[in-house]
Design a protein around this ligand. Structure first.
Ligand code: CA
Length: 230
């Protein structure tokens, strides 16, 4: 079950939320103080944080600001009634949602489920993104961009580039590329690889001072910044 970190200094409220969360099966960590809460969040693998704003030692917005430097953990802010500015600031600073006190526990549980789902989707999307320098590939959306300009690739070119992006800085031989991109049963010339590398280069590297696709003479090809090549 997911672990939820609750940072809330009102002890009665914190204990109540903790019991409800445990009842739902979540693992719960609890801190009453902003600074200690931040340390807890940074040092543990937490799935979601419930973060009060008015906290001793470090307020919730400051906890959030510092946390976002290193972590994308979903955060639901717990705000006092009518503190509109806090909500806006919290969302601007990367909170995923907020609850205004007093709130019903059912609503809080629903928001928690939604934030955890959203967090899981974000993580999945992140997995489908590949990049090298300013070249980006979104595998799921079948989209490629360099320097934020979109590049149109054929299916084969796309698979070939994906293969390079997944094996960055490794030198791939023509045979390896043939196997990975065209399949074992490909019958034809191995220079098909060179032909496609040429297509790919013209789309990915032409017009850019930093070249990403390199020929390693007598061995094969590699994708990296030139200065990374050994
Ligand atoms: Ca408080």
């Amino acid at each position: 079950m997911p672990t939820i970190l609750l940072i809330e200094d009102e002890e009665k409220l914190a204990r109540f939320i903790e019991l409800e969360l445990k009842h739902e099966g979540y693992d719960v960590m609890k801190e009453f103080d902003g600074r200690l809460g931040l340390t807890r969040a940074e040092e543990n693998d937490v799935d979601l944080i419930l973060l009060d704003i008015m906290l001793p030692s470090l307020n919730g917005l400051e906890v959030l600001r510092r946390l976002r430097k290193s972590k994308n953990t979903p955060v639901i802010m717990l705000t006092a009634r009518d503190a509109v500015m806090d909500k806006v600031t919290g969302l601007d600073m990367g909170a995923d949602d907020y609850m205004t006190k007093p709130f019903s526990i059912e609503e809080l549980l629903a928001r928690i489920r939604a934030a955890l789902r959203k967090g899981a989707v974000k993580e999945e999307e992140h997995d489908s993104l590949l990049c090298c320098e300013d070249l980006e590939m979104d595998v799921k959306r079948h989209a490629v961009r360099r320097n934020r300009k979109s590049i149109t690739l054929t299916g084969r070119e796309f698979t070939l580039l994906q293969c390079f992006l997944e094996n960055q800085t490794l030198v791939l031989s023509r045979e390896q590329l043939l196997e990975k991109v065209w399949g074992y049963d490909y019958v034809g010339e191995t220079n098909i690889v060179d032909v496609y590398i040429r297509y790919l280069r013209s789309k990915v590297d032409d017009g850019y001072s930093i070249k990403l696709l390199h020929t390693v003479r007598g061995v094969g090809y590699t994708l990296c910044r030139k200065d990374q090549q050994s």
